[in-house]
Design a binder for this molecule. Structure first.
Ligand code: MN
Ligand code: MN
Length: 368
């Protein structure tokens, strides 16, 4: 594989993209530029956290009852400040904040809302494994006035831009404003993001999957069927061997899929307390689905296209299946066949009781 030629800076790219994309407003480019600056700052804070006493937990918890890490809060404030800087963002929603936050610095004409997970996979920080930030930009249905909670509860199809920053061996920004998916790498010498991965595409088929297989006994039947067929390998119904990958942080999983293909699942499970999956719809599922679809892949809950899910609450969780189109479609078909076979979706609690009464107290998983 030849190395990627280094393309334009993020600023130059966005200027061109704004010119070429009907309806893409200059404000969106300005918001992304401000976020990019914050991502570079978060990357630096993650890199020297151990040197600055910023590892470990803070004293507060988020809306899901998970204890904040110091870096969660630092990243949250960095992204909130970035959204406030240009005055284009009327309000934000964050994994780390109970409700929407109205930005005092917003101009009266501010027409956009931003939802984000400021530090995805933050428990990876302690083991020096990749973490990220992921965001979704919506355009308000109306101008002026304080945005209401309802304005954030829009299906993912209404996103005007989505993206993530990845803090790995290299810091990257990957985004889509509705015309493909493009990756930028931070040049630590200049502080600039330069286009290095234009037009990312997800191959339609794959022999790689990522799923937390330790939860297999809690999955619904269609997911167990799919998984059983995969691990059956060349002797099984799929007639081929699969490889498994697992990072346990959504942004890093999505990045792997965008760069080398594969399928990622965090399905609904029947553990108690009941959870409709683990990942959050508005600032994990919808931006990830937007990017994967823009790269030619697919994203489903197993029963519904992720981008068409109508959100009911800010921190709603959903089951997530995303990546190679043919593999996602197969998993969706298994759900459809299962539901049509007179085995409608059953109360997960019933399943949990009938077969696998969970005994051990559940801790929170590595994934957040
Ligand atoms: Mn997360
Ligand atoms: Mn997070």
């Amino acid at each position: 594989m030849s190395p990627n030629p280094v393309g334009p800076t993020l600023e130059a790219f966005l200027e061109e993209e704004t010119r070429r994309t009907p309806g893409l407003e200059r404000a969106v480019a300005a918001i992304v530029e401000d976020l990019a600056l914050a991502f570079a700052g978060v990357a630096a804070a993650v890199a020297d956290a151990a040197l600055r006493g910023r590892l470990g937990e803070a004293a507060t918890s988020n809306a899901s009852g998970e204890r904040h890490k110091k870096l969660d809060l630092l990243a949250n404030e960095a992204l909130a400040a970035a959204c406030e800087r240009g005055g284009h963002v009327a309000g934000i929603a964050s994994e780390e904040e109970e409700g929407p936050r109205l930005l005092a610095g917003a101009r009266a004409s501010a027409r956009h809302l931003v939802a984000f997970d400021p530090l995805d996979g933050s428990s990876n920080v302690e083991v020096n494994v990749t973490v990220g930030s992921i965001f979704s930009i919506l355009r308000r249905g109306r101008d002026g006035g304080a945005p209401t909670l309802d304005e954030f509860l829009r299906p993912g199809t209404e996103q005007v831009c989505a993206g993530y920053a990845l803090y790995g061996p290299a810091t990257m920004l990957v985004l889509s404003a509705g015309r493909g998916v493009h990756g930028f790498t931070l040049d630590p010498r200049t502080g600039e993001f330069r286009l290095t991965h234009p037009g990312l595409r997800v191959p339609e088929t794959t022999s790689e999957f990522a799923v937390n297989a330790s939860n297999a006994r809690f999955w619904e039947a269609p997911v167990r069927r799919w998984f059983g067929e995969c691990i059956g390998g060349s002797a099984g119904p799929r007639g081929g061997d699969f490889n498994m990958r697992w990072i346990g942080a959504l942004v890093a999983e999505v990045h792997r899929i965008l760069t080398r293909g594969g399928v990622f699942l965090y399905p609904r499970d029947t553990k108690r307390p009941l959870k409709a999956g683990r990942l959050r719809l508005l600032y994990e599922g919808t931006p990830a689905a937007f990017l994967v679809e823009q790269a030619g892949g697919a994203a489903s809950t197993g029963r519904e296209r992720v981008l068409e899910v109508a959100p009911a609450e800010l921190h709603q969780r959903i089951p997530l299946v995303l990546g190679a189109r043919a593999e996602v479609e197969r998993i969706v078909r298994y759900h459809r066949e299962h539901d049509a076979n007179g085995e409608p979706f059953r109360d997960p609690l019933f399943n949990a009781r009938s077969l696998y009464a969970p005994r051990a107290a559940r801790g929170l998983g590595a994934e957040d």
